[in-house]
Design a protein around this ligand. Structure first.
Ligand code: URA
Length: 211
């Protein structure tokens, strides 16, 4: 694959491409394409999520926009100076990210929110190219174990040497990866990820970048 960070017309994963066609048939107003990263490529904070949610990013065309998973994320970004407002409604609202970018390990909506290994691997080339654009000293927040492992793989590193753990910090060459449990509805409703825990992640990211 060429050194591109995103391809709106990508249909490299047959299961995902077929699923998007199917969802588009059922929801003709939805975006239903690979969802592009949001924010400037040279931002020093990169958030890596899992994949677009059916009625969120897959509907609006912007990561974490329009569903539960984005509510707390955009609040935190605003609180720590990475967003111009505390919520994200649609791809053409007035929100601007400040020194921050949001991407997903898998750019297309997966059935049941679960991409399979081959899909994560196929999409990994985009993530690898995106990570190469990071400025020195950048901080990457990995939302969940899948995003974390996709980052380690994209950097060509051994998973056993970089284990996922909430609030774990890993030095990966020119940047650091800060792990967080994913801000999914399931994790926030069950208390696996509390607001205080998520706040701590962004407080730490801010501190690392301000050093
Ligand atoms: N929306 C996204 O864009 N990514 C996620 O990981 C979850 C919801």
């Amino acid at each position: 694959m060429a050194a591109t960070i995103f391809d709106e017309s990508c249909r490299a994963c047959p299961r995902l491409a077929t699923f998007l066609d199917d969802v588009n048939g059922r929801y003709p107003d939805y975006y239903c394409k690979p969802v592009p990263p949001f924010g400037a490529p040279d931002a020093r904070l990169l958030i890596v999520g899992l994949a677009p949610g059916m009625h969120g990013a897959n509907r609006t065309g912007r990561p974490f926009t329009g569903d539960h998973a984005g509510v707390l994320l955009y609040q935190m970004l605003h609180k720590y100076g990475f967003g111009s407002r505390d919520h994200s409604e649609s791809a053409d609202d007035a929100l601007e990210l400040i020194d921050c970018r949001i991407t997903n390990a898998v750019k297309c909506l997966p059935p049941d929110n679960k991409p399979v290994g081959a899909e994560i691997n196929t999409c990994n080339a985009f993530l690898a190219n995106e990570l190469r654009l990071l400025p020195k000293g950048a901080v990457v927040v990995a939302l969940g174990g899948i995003a974390h492992r996709a980052i380690v793989k994209a950097m060509g590193l051994r998973q056993v040497e970089y284990r996922f753990g909430h609030a774990s910090l890993h030095a990966l060459g020119a940047f650091q990866v800060l792990d967080s449990y994913h801000c999914s509805r399931y994790n926030t409703n069950t208390g696996r990820l509390t607001e205080a825990m998520f706040d701590g992640i962004f407080a730490q990211a801010r501190e690392l970048l301000d050093k």
